[in-house]
Design a protein around this ligand. Structure first.
Ligand SMILES: [Zn+2]
Length: 85
């Protein structure tokens, strides 16, 4: 069984497959968004990798809220461009 880790940016904590984030990060998600994630969560979507579009959007929203609170850039790629001038 593949390891399932917290979906928050830069977090590698292993969590239960039915959870989106570790406890620390989940607590940083606003209540309305938490409810949205649970509302659209379908048991087994982590296994068949076919979450509904609503579910994906709710999860993205939760991940973005955590990134904003931690003041991390949401996409941490290609951010090492050197200044040439
Ligand atoms: Zn985490």
């Amino acid at each position: 069984m593949a390891e399932h880790t917290c979906h928050a940016q830069n977090c590698t904590r292993t969590i239960h497959p039915s959870l989106l984030m570790c406890g620390k990060h989940w607590r940083m998600v606003s209540q309305p968004t938490q409810r949205l994630v649970w509302k659209h969560f379908r048991p087994g979507q982590e296994v068949d990798k076919q979450p509904s579009r609503e579910s994906v959007e709710a999860m993205r929203r939760a991940i973005r809220e955590v990134a904003e609170q931690e003041q991390l850039p949401l996409f941490d790629h290609g951010n090492h461009t050197m200044r040439t001038q």
